[in-house]
Write a protein of this length. Structure first.
Length: 195
């Protein structure tokens, strides 16, 4: 079943980090529950899938590696944008997943070139590495909704983008402000008879 992925981060690696939704909540929402989810997301994000036939064990480890890479990228980018020290173990994981060439396999006794399942992580790792080395850290932002915490790269001219998406968190915040304003008017107005 195809999910509707919201690719609003402006960078592949940021959209990947955003596959864990509501990071600011006690229980965030995992959007990469199965390997099929990972494949579905990578297709939506435009990543070419594995060309080698994959075993079920390989699919499982790729999903685990994908989630681990995602958390490393998330920590690296948040630390980087805050001018904090980057964790060596996160950098190591990023390095591990940087793109490699196709590998050689035996298929029915013949040597063939093929990209393994985990090769779909390569472009994501590359994108994160590019951001860390060439990005402008002021442009990396977290959604104005603390609960949402989706990351995005602000490419607006003014650099004033606040929300992952105006249609989601932006509108929710606007509705809440409207509600709060109405409520504060209602509570500050005390009828004379009750004074
Ligand atoms: Zn948001």
């Amino acid at each position: 079943m195809a999910k509707r992925w919201k690719l609003v981060g402006g960078r592949l690696s940021l959209d990947f980090v955003n596959t864990l939704s509501w990071r600011g909540r006690v229980t965030p929402r995992e959007d990469l529950v199965t390997y099929a989810d990972l494949l579905d997301w990578s297709a939506a994000a435009g990543i070419v899938p594995a060309t080698k036939k994959t075993s079920s064990a390989e699919r499982e480890t790729t999903l685990t590696r994908a989630r681990a890479l995602r958390e490393s990228i998330s920590r690296l980018l948040v630390a980087w944008s805050g001018g904090q020290r980057l964790r060596r173990s996160d950098l190591e994981r990023l390095n591990q997943e940087l793109p490699r060439r196709e590998e050689l396999y035996l298929r029915r006794g013949k040597l063939v070139w093929g990209a393994p399942a985990h090769a779909i992580l390569g472009p994501i790792a590359q994108c994160a590495a590019d951001l860390l080395t060439e990005g402008e850290r002021e442009r990396l932002k977290s959604c104005g909704s603390e609960e949402c915490a989706w990351l995005f790269y602000d490419e607006s001219r003014t650099g004033g983008r606040r929300w992952c998406s105006m249609a989601d968190c932006g509108n929710r915040a606007k509705a809440r402000r409207h509600y709060d304003r109405k409520r504060s008017v209602a509570t500050t107005f005390t009828p004379k008879s009750e004074r």
